[in-house]
Design a protein around this ligand. Structure first.
Ligand code: ADP
Ligand code: MG
Length: 158
């Protein structure tokens, strides 16, 4: 697979399905920003690093978590809202943000595949799987060979 895959775009509002109530908010990337993912064309859950950058010219100091490069899990799927004709990428960053960041720039480096999409019989089963995805991601990112991607030139480094 062609990893690393670089993505960036302004965070869009999703349809508010699941996400936060599952304890797993997912930031949506705009359609035009996900074309680098068409090369993998495999739906499911991925992991990597992400960074949130506030709009330029905001007259306030940056919050620390707005510029950090943080571990993430990403779900890539066909969007039922568009009759399953459009791919959607949603990124959950493994960090407790103090506020939402709609409209902010999101940059991400996708490094690997975790699993295909599954149909869940219960909300509990879905939540349990998300927790497994997060630990798989954190464990994979511990590999020394991945450390360099946290300082990838794709990210805005201070
Ligand atoms: P939506 O349907 O609008 O995507 P969600 O419930 O999935 O709603 O929440 C996603 C939003 O939550 C993101 O766009 C972002 O502004 C905010 N957010 C807060 N913390 C996180 C996080 N750790 N990872 C991703 N998004 C987060
Ligand atoms: Mg979402």
């Amino acid at each position: 697979p062609p990893f690393p895959i670089h993505l960036s775009g302004l965070v869009q509002r999703g349809f508010g399905r699941g996400g936060k109530d599952l304890g797993c908010p997912t930031a949506n990337l705009p359609d035009e920003s996900i074309s680098p993912l068409s090369s993998v064309a495999r739906t499911g859950v991925y992991y990597g690093y992400a960074q949130v950058i506030p709009p330029a010219g905001e007259d306030r100091p940056l919050l620390e978590d707005e510029v950090k490069v943080l571990p993430m899990v990403m779900s890539l799927g066909w969007n039922p809202f568009y009759h399953n004709e459009r791919l959607t990428a949603e990124i959950h960053i493994m960090h407790a943000f103090k506020s939402d960041f709609y409209g902010f720039e999101l940059r991400a480096v996708v490094l690997g595949y975790i699993r295909p999409e599954l149909d869940y019989v219960s909300r509990e089963a879905l939540i349990a799987d998300i927790e497994t995805d997060k630990s798989v991601a954190l464990n994979s990112l511990k590999r020394p060979d991945y450390q360099k991607f946290a300082v990838d030139s794709h990210f805005q480094l201070s």
